[in-house]
Design a protein around this ligand. Sequence first.
Ligand SMILES: [Zn+2]
Length: 127
Amino acid sequence: MIRPSHTDKPVLPRKMCKDLRTLIQFIDIYCHGCHKESPRSQVKLKSHDVNDLYGKDVELCDDCVKLLTHALVKRCICPQDLKPQCKHCPNHCYHPKYRSQIQEAMKYSGRKLVMSGRVDMLLRLLF
Ligand SMILES: [Zn+2]
């Protein structure tokens, strides 16, 4: 069910919100694990209210902010209804540079989630 938002932002379908939240979480885990040395700042995007989607502040390094922006935008314009897993999709829409980065992030975060027992999150793996 789509509830009217208290703001004038367009309301995203729930499935889309879940996917976007998963993307944020995976990149969040990846950045905090792999880019410990990089300075991080709070993510503020023009395209999405990341804090609202994730339910808390998100802090990423510059590279991961770019990756997240790319990932969120691509997910929102995905033309596939009932989006397949990206690796099974005939239409690879990611820029090759971001594609390898997101695969690395997914692999890293997926392993972390297994180790911390968050297998429920893994079921939601996008890649
Ligand atoms: Zn990072």
